[in-house]
Write a protein of this length. Sequence first.
Length: 276
Amino acid sequence: MDYDDYFGADEEFGDEFRPPDHVEAKAVAELRIFFETNRQVFSSRQVQVLFEGTYFHWITLRALKILADEGSIRLEKRTLSYGAPINYVWHRSNRYNRREIKEIQRLVERYSDPEFTAALGNTGELLVSDGFGRFGFVQRGREARGFDGREWTRTEHNLDFLFERDARVYGMEVKNTLPYIDDKEFRTKLNICAHLQVIPLFVVRAMPRIWVLDVIRQGGFVLILKHQLYPLSHKSFAAEVRTRLQLPVDAPKALYDGTMQRFTTWHDKQLGLRDE
């Protein structure tokens, strides 16, 4: 299976996700070098995102725990003002880390505040809805649990959108977050699409390739945004987070045409309108 259509150039899961030990060992070795070279403070989420092109988030998290246990790095658990936990990690030689931790926590407190995360979710859905509308897709449902006489009743979950073009109906889930979609939620959304007999379409900042393959097997597509999308009104904040924390965030006016064209090219191929 060719991933070219899907990819341009912290939570720890169960044993069913555990890869061969040599992958974990490789991650430990690479992260050890990383912290030898970069001795500032990071949140564990930052490190997961920085290395997600090579390692799944849960591999990086386990590697960080191993490095902390062996004493190569320091790990400190704290709590954000609204109760969520956060882990800070730094090279053991960094003895003057309080100021760095305070600065990171200031930014994390702001972008992970429940009111702001709700705004992020809304922004993602608005931009995606606008993008698909501009490219000729007709919205057939919002927060949908039913379609064409079929109804999902097994859980309270729904699909963010139903879109149709060329008689192909897509059940869409939008996740405008730094971490991956929750695994159980991901599986449920796939099951909803199968039950409603619509094509699964996930629009996400990032997703593990093994999960992308699951979507492909069900005839669907994963549109990787690569960036978390902030409201346009928070463009300067996005720039600060991107610069200070090295996180992939952006505040565009609309989804870029190139992003939409990755999906429409795939859509046309399914109809035989483009060569494979």
